[in-house]
Write a protein that binds this ligand. Structure first.
Ligand code: GLN
Length: 489
C-alpha cells in the first residue's frame, strides 16, 4: 500500500481522501515512513516537523468528515525549501549564519497553502542562500540524487527535487533565481516550474537577487504543478513587485488548451557543450510536437546565448551583496563569540557565518557596485538585460512557446565541479535567460541517458503565459511514460 501511495499524483491522493479510502493522517504517516527509510541516504531534509504535521493532518481529516474540505490540497503534505518562511519553523537557508534561526511569520505562499489545507512537512536542503547548482554549497552537507546516490540532485533547490523524486513528499516549493527549480527537477526526473516574475509573492522568501528570485513548484506531473501554482499565485500587497494578474484555474485550463502550437527552437541552445544524449532526447521530444501537428520554427537568441551568464553573474551578485548586508551579527543570525568591538562583530560574524561561495559572490557583487566600476559593470549589465528581454519578446510574437534542453548534461558526480565555480555556473546556461527576461519556464522529464539518469525538456512561455505553457508541457507528458518511473532506493 505505502509504495503505491507515495508515488501517486496529488489529484489521485485527493480522490482517495475524498472517497475516505485513506485519511490525511495515514497519508502523512506513509510519507514520514518513506522519509525515515530513505532520507539517511538522500539527505533531502534539513529538519522535519512530523508532530506538527500530524496535528494539521488530523484537522484536515476532521474537515473532510464534516464535508468542509478546502479542495484538492487539503491534507496533502508539502515540503519547503529552507529559504521560505513557515511560522515557528527553522529558516536556515542552509547557512551557518541562520543555523539557529526560527521564522517569526509565514511567507505569503505559506499563508496561502495553509488556507488551502496543505501541510508544511519539513525543511529542504539547498545551496547556501540559493547560490549554486548542486546543493554541495549547503553548510549541512550535500543532498544525493535519488537515481544515483553518487551524483548531485542539482541545485540550488536540490533537497526539494530529491524529496519529490524519492517519494518523501508529493509536492515541494523551491526558488529559482537562475534555474534553481528547473535544473534540479531535470536532474531528478520530475516536473519543475518557475513562474513569471511577479506572479507569486516573494514576501517571506529570504532574498538572494530580488529582481530575479521567484518561488516555483516541484511535482510528479504537470497537473500537480498546475494545482500547486494555482494555490500560491496572486497579487500580494506585501511584495511591491507582485503583479495584479488574474489567476486562472490552471488545472482546468489544461483540458481546454489543445494546440496545435507554434513552437520556437532556439538554435543556440543546441551548440557546443550540450551532451549528445541530452540533445538526442530533446530533439526526439521536439519531433513528437511536430508529429502532433505543431509548427516548429527555428529561432535565434544570439544575445541571450552569448551574454546571459555574464549579465546574470553581475546582476545577481550585485543584488546579493546588498541583500546579504543584513546578516551583520547584530540584528539576528550568527554572532561571533570572538568579537571584541562593533566592527569586529560584523567582520568575524560574517567570516564565520558565510561559506566560500556566498563570500565569493558578496566580494564580486560589492566590486561591481563600487564607485568607478558601477557604470562599467552593473549599469552595462542592466542595459544588456533589457536587450535580452527584448530578444525573447520579439521571438514570442510568432511563437506560443520555446523548446530547449533544461540542462547541458544529466546529473554530474558529487565533487566533480565543486572546485571549479565557472564550470558550475555553466550548468544554468539554458535556464538563466528566462530569469533575466522575467519569463515562465517549466522542465518536464523527456527520457533517460544510457546510464539511467533523467533528462529534462524545458518549455518557456511568454510573460504570464503559464496556462498555455503548462498545456504544452502536458501534451508531451501524456504521450510518454517518463513520469511513472521512480528511482529504486
Ligand atoms: N545556479 C545559479 C546560481 O548559482 C542559480 C541559482 C538559483 O536559481 N537560485 O546563482
Amino acid at each position: 500500500m505505502t509504495d503505491d501511495l507515495i508515488f501517486r499524483p496529488v489529484a489521485e491522493l485527493a480522490a482517495l481522501l475524498d472517497a475516505k479510502k485513506i485519511s490525511s493522517v495515514e497519508l502523512l504517516q506513509a510519507f514520514a515512513a518513506r522519509t525515515e527509510a530513505v532520507d539517511g541516504r538522500v539527505k533531502a531534509f534539513n529538519s522535519l516537523d512530523e508532530a506538527g504535521a500530524l496535528v494539521l493532518a488530523a484537522a484536515a481529516d476532521a474537515r473532510r468528515s464534516t464535508g468542509q474540505a478546502r479542495g484538492p490540497l487539503d491534507g496533502i503534505p508539502v515540503g519547503f525549501k529552507d529559504v521560505i518562511a513557515v511560522d515557528g519553523q527553522p529558516l536556515t537557508c542552509s547557512s551557518r549564519m541562520l543555523a539557529n534561526f526560527v521564522s517569526p511569520y509565514d511567507a505569503t505562499v505559506t499563508t496561502k497553502l495553509k488556507a488551502a489545507g496543505a501541510i508544511p512537512f519539513g525543511r529542504l536542503n539547498m545551496d547556501e542562500f540559493a547560490m549554486g547548482s548542486s546543493t554541495e554549497n549547503s553548510a549541512f552537507g550535500p543532498t544525493a540524487n535519488p537515481w544515483d546516490l553518487s551524483r548531485v540532485p542539482g541545485g540550488s533547490s536540490g533537497g526539494s527535487a530529491a524529496a519529490v523524486a524519492a517519494g518523501e513528499v508529493p509536492l515541494a516549493l523551491g526558488s529559482d533565481t537562475g534555474g534553481s527549480v528547473r535544473q534540479p527537477a531535470a536532474l531528478c526526473g520530475i516536473v519543475g516550474l518557475k513562474p513569471t516574475y511577479g506572479l507569486v509573492s516573494r514576501y517571506g522568501l529570504a532574498a538572494f537577487a530580488s529582481s530575479l528570485d521567484q518561488i516555483g513548484t516541484f511535482a510528479r506531473n504537470v497537473g500537480d504543478a498546475a494545482l500547486l501554482l494555482g494555490a500560491i499565485a496572486g497579487h500580494d500587497a506585501h511584495d511591491s513587485t507582485s503583479f495584479p494578474a488574474d489567476i486562472p484555474d490552471y488545472r482546468a485550463e489544461l483540458d481546454r488548451r489543445k494546440g496545435p502550437w507554434r513552437l520556437g527552437v532556439p538554435q543556440e541552445y543546441f551548440g557546443a557543450g550540450l551532451d549528445p544524449e541530452v540533445g538526442a532526447a530533446v530533439r526526439q521530444a521536439i519531433g513528437f510536437y511536430r508529429e502532433a501537428g505543431c509548427e516548429i520554427k527555428e529561432v535565434a537568441l544570439p544575445l541571450a546565448a552569448e551574454h546571459a551568464i555574464a549579465v546574470y553573474y553581475l546582476i545577481a551578485t550585485a543584488e546579493a551583496s546588498s541583500n546579504l548586508a543584513r546578516y551583520d551579527g547584530i540584528r539576528y543570525g550568527h554572532r561571533s563569540a570572538a568579537a571584541t568591538d562593533a566592527i569586529d562583530i560584523y567582520a568575524k560574524s560574517r567570516a564565520e557565518g558565510f561559506g566560500e561561495e556566498v563570500k565569493r559572490r558578496i566580494v564580486l557583487g560589492t566590486h561591481v557596485l563600487s564607485s568607478g566600476y558601477h557604470d562599467a559593470y552593473y549599469l552595462r549589465a542592466q542595459q544588456v538585460r533589457t536587450l535580452i528581454r527584448g530578444e525573447y519578446l520579439r521571438v514570442f510574437q510568432d511563437c506560443d512557446a520555446l523548446l530547449s534542453p533544461t540542462t547541458p548534461t544529466a546529473a554530474f558526480k558529487l565533487g566533480e565541479k565543486a572546485a571549479d565555480p565557472l564550470a558550475m555556473y555553466l550548468s544554468d546556461i539554458y535556464t538563466i535567460g528566462v530569469n533575466l527576461a522575467g519569463l515562465p519556464g517549466i522542465s518536464v522529464p523527456c527520457g533517460f541517458t544510457g546510464g539511467g539518469l533523467p533528462i529534462g525538456l524545458q518549455v518557456i512561455g511568454p510573460p504570464f503565459g503559464e496556462a498555455e505553457m503548462l498545456a504544452i508541457a502536458r501534451a508531451y507528458e501524456q504521450a510518454h511514460e517518463w513520469s511513472s518511473k521512480h528511482p529504486k532506493l
